[in-house]
Write a protein that binds this ligand. Structure first.
Ligand SMILES: *Cc1c(COP(=O)(O)O)cnc(C)c1O
Length: 419
């Protein structure tokens, strides 16, 4: 039957062409967006398998549909691997995304109107931690903490705000904060005010997995994360805890609380990501991610660029463009024309609106996945500085063209997804 044999190219040439073009884009440029990575061939096979057809609800051993034997095997393996990888006593691998994982935690511990303390979006917090337009900001009474003048998390102010507001939930972690967080300090503040502590490790889960980053799992009540950023796996979220007494509460918050059926092909691919993350190869990868992020930050600092906090303990760093009187939007456009993809990002007290911003966020996870090392990331730092400087001197077109040519030379030495 044609339904089972005809390929995408003949069935839907428009989508086929766009997908091919995207693969080329990923192959031909250097990906510096901190929330992106490059998954393995094995991951692509798992996510593209006929498991996409299977519908199950509930958890392994307690499904609401028949024929769930293989689904159970896959989800059980994913859960066991997640627990083993992170030394947790509970794991839920069903959240469709990181935001869904956080939403389930809110449902488990909060009712509308409760107070939540989280990092301010402008200081590097995440939308799902209480931003105004997000359900978390609409339904909860959100108070925030930020960073000091050098960009470091202001623990004293955080503690004072917690004492003054007695939040029910405190969230540590963000999407543009480059430094290791003192989880113990958060723990003592949470204990002092009787709050539940959630750590969202979306951006550095891979570093935590190999012990290159402080481990939030033994300290926080609940940890949420994504598999697709630093963990180098498929798009999706998961939840961990060292407390098995929370298992029922968290499981029922995910299903039937905020989700219905399981995206099983995605769960299969998450299981692959957890397995890959247990390998010596991944340990080597994660070390490379950190070395490369630090080399990139050091090069930019050496070139006179303002890097928030002066460096990084994570796969990401943020450039403050205010001293150069440039915007994040203009800088990311200029870099893209040179073959370097990054995203504009707000900086603390940013005078620009969110669609413009005064910052640029850079990450090393994807570049490291294609094999780039410290030498290449040092070169990338010089290219970024060259492009940013050329925006000031009016030589942007020639500089971007020169860098684009050099990027072509570099990426051709580090191929991905060979056809
Ligand atoms: C990326 C991210 C998430 C998850 O976002 P989704 O797009 O919903 O997967 C959650 N928390 C933080 C801190 C993040 O950086």
């Amino acid at each position: 039957m044609r339904h089972f044999t005809a390929g995408l190219q003949s069935v839907d040439p428009e989508i086929f062409a766009a997908l091919e073009a995207e693969t080329s884009r990923q192959r031909d440029g250097i990906e510096l967006i901190a929330s992106e990575n490059l998954v393995s061939r094995a991951t692509l096979e798992a996510i593209g398998s006929p498991m996409v057809n299977k519908t199950v609800e509930g958890y392994p051993g307690g499904r609401y549909y028949g024929g769930a034997e293989h689904a159970d095997r896959i989800e059980s393996l994913a859960i066991e691997r997640a627990m083993q990888l992170f030394g947790a006593r509970y794991a839920n691998v069903q959240p469709h995304s990181g935001s869904q994982a956080n939403l389930a935690v809110f449902l488990a511990f909060l009712t509308p109107g409760d107070s939540v303390l989280s990092m301010d979006l402008s200081a590097g917090g995440h939308l799902s931690h209480g931003a105004g337009p997000n359900i978390s900001g609409r339904w909860f009474d959100v108070v925030s903490y930020g960073v000091d003048g050098d960009g470091f998390l202001d623990y004293d102010a955080m503690a004072a705000t917690a004492r003054a507001t007695s939040p029910k939930l405190i969230i540590a972690g963000g999407s543009a904060y480059p430094r290791a967080i003192d989880f113990e300090r958060f723990r003592s503040v949470a204990d002092a005010v009787g709050a539940t502590l959630l750590v969202d490790m979306a951006h550095w889960a891979g570093l935590v997995a190999v012990g290159l980053h402080p481990d939030p799992v033994p300290v926080a009540d609940v940890v949420t994360a994504t598999t697709y950023k630093n963990l180098r796996g498929v798009r999706g979220g998961f939840i961990l805890s060292h407390r098995d007494d929370l298992a029922r509460k968290l499981n029922s918050a995910v299903f039937p609380g905020v989700q219905g059926s399981v995206i099983l092909n995605s769960v299969a691919a998450k299981a692959v990501a957890f397995k890959e993350a247990m390998s010596p190869e991944f340990e080597h990868y994660a070390n490379g991610v950190l070395d490369n992020a630090r080399a990139l930050a050091a090069t930019l600092v050496e070139r006179g660029t303002t890097v928030l906090t002066g460096g990084t303990d994570t796969p990401l760093l943020v450039i403050d463009l205010r001293p150069l009187a440039l915007t994040g939007a203009a800088a990311s456009d200029a870099l893209e024309s040179a073959g370097l993809t990054a995203n504009k990002n707000g900086v603390p007290d940013d005078p620009q609106p969110p669609k413009i911003t005064s910052g640029l966020r850079l990450g090393s996870s994807a570049g490291t996945a294609r094999g780039l090392g410290v030498a290449e990331f040092t070169q990338i730092g010089h290219w970024i500085a060259d492009v940013v400087e050329s925006m000031k001197s009016g030589s942007i077109e020639s500089v971007a063209a020169r860098v684009r040519g050099e990027v072509d030379g570099l990426v051709s030495r580090f191929p991905i997804y060979s056809v």
